[in-house]
Structure formats: C-alpha cells, structure tokens
Design a protein around this ligand. Structure first.
Ligand SMILES: [Zn+2]
Length: 244
C-alpha cells in the first residue's frame, strides 16, 4: 500500500490504546480523515505535529481501519491561541463547526483554507466573536447553503425597505412576509451589510471588517442560529465564556 503526502490541520486528538492518539484532520484533497499517530501520547519526537491546531504536511499510509501517520512537517501552528480562553473557545467552536460541515471531499480544500485564515485572524487579535460568526456564515456558503440575500426569499420582491432574516426561508425576507414568520429576526442595515460582505469576500478578507458591539450581537446570533439549523446541532464550546 502506497504512502501519500497530504496537507492538513489537526482538528481533534483523542487517546487511543495505551500510547497512541487518533487524530482527525481536515485535508486539502482527502476531505476529513482519521489518522493513527503511534506513540504520540508520549512527549518528544513521536508526538511532533499531532496536537490540535497544527497545520502540517503529513506522510501517511492506509492501514486496515484508518490511515497511519509516518511522519510530518509542521508548516504552521496556532498553539498560542490556547493562552487566551476567549480566543481558544472561539477557535474550538470553529473546529467543531468545520468538522460537522466537512462531510465530503468536494469542499474540504476551501474549508481548510477558511479555517487557516480564521485562525490567523484570531492570532492577529481580531474580535473573536466576529471571526467565529463570519466563519460560520462563510462555511455555510462554501458547503452549499448560502443564505438568500438578493431579494425576499419568500415572495422574491426586490423592494425591501425593512429587512428581516428568516430561518424558514433561509435568507432575507420583506416586512410583509415576516408577518407570517414568527421566528424572523429584524435586521439592521449594519448586519445586512456584514452578511453580504462575508458572502462576497475571499480568503483572509472574510474576517477583515468591523461591526459595532450591538450589530455584532445581531450578526453572530443569526450566523450561529443559521449554521445550527443546517447542521442540526447546538454548539456548546462558547458556553464556557458565559460562565466566567
Ligand atoms: Zn416578501
């Protein structure tokens, strides 16, 4: 069985057997994969590159039940995010969402790219809530679920004076249609612009904008509810921040 070389980010590590670790990687070409790292629970050379938040080039081969790591080169790591609980919680939330969204190989290269740019934005000190919520929205677009923002997602009118966001129709709806949608959220112009900006931006620019605290509250509320609904999951990694 041949050996392959892949680039990927470690999004999860769990203890396996006495001394091994099972890693989950999001890779450029092979989607989300499990890789067994032998002796990686020990510190030293055999654990190199097996930590969550490592981006590296991994040499792996196919074993009976999973891939097995042969060796790796660390290209970049984001370990220093762990020094700040808020940043780390948002990074963990992003890894969770990426893991759930990466269901096939088709979008894994884009998801990996988005993750790396998002983690870089966190490292650069951008507002963590802005980074993780913009990430959630862009992730939905990449995996085929962009919210409809060009007209009313229900009646299709382009003449929307007051914008609402509908989780039933997956996008902006007009005031009239919002009367029949009790869960629709009123969207201020700042939030609407933020949503459209993220959908249009590429690479690191996805995270390169500012919102006031008030607008960010609405923006992140919509982005997180939207992704939770599509991936059918309630995410818990940010809960720890409410307990502080
Ligand atoms: Zn309408």
């Amino acid at each position: 069985m041949g050996v392959i070389k892949i680039k990927g980010l470690v999004i999860k590590e769990v203890p396996y057997n006495d001394s091994d670790k099972m890693l989950t990687l999001i890779t450029e070409e092979h989607g989300k994969i499990s890789v067994l790292a032998r002796n990686a629970k020990k510190s030293g050379r055999s654990s190199y590159g097996t930590q969550v938040l490592t981006y590296g080039e991994y040499v792996i081969f196919k074993g009976r039940t999973s891939y097995i790591m042969n060796n790796c080169d660390v290209l970049k790591n984001f370990y220093n995010l762990a020094a700040d609980l808020t940043r780390f919680a948002h990074a963990a939330h992003m890894l969770d969402m990426a893991e759930d969204a990466a269901q096939d190989n088709t979008s894994s290269k884009e998801i990996l790219n988005l993750l790396i740019h998002g983690l870089v934005a966190l490292q650069k000190g951008r507002t963590p809530l802005l980074v993780s919520s913009a990430f959630a929205l862009k992730l939905m677009q990449i995996t085929g679920y962009p919210p409809h923002v060009k007209s009313c997602a229900s009646c299709n009118t382009g003449d929307i004076e007051q914008i609402f966001f509908s989780f039933k129709y997956n996008g902006f709806i007009c005031k009239n249609c919002a009367k029949q949608d009790s869960e629709a959220v009123r969207v201020d112009i700042g939030t609407a612009k933020g949503i459209m900006y993220v959908l249009c931006a590429q690479n690191g620019r996805v995270f390169n904008f500012e919102l006031s605290d008030e607008v960010l509250k609405t923006f992140s509320g919509i982005a997180f509810k939207y992704i939770s609904q599509h991936l059918d999951k309630s995410y818990k990694k940010l809960d720890i921040l409410n307990e502080l």
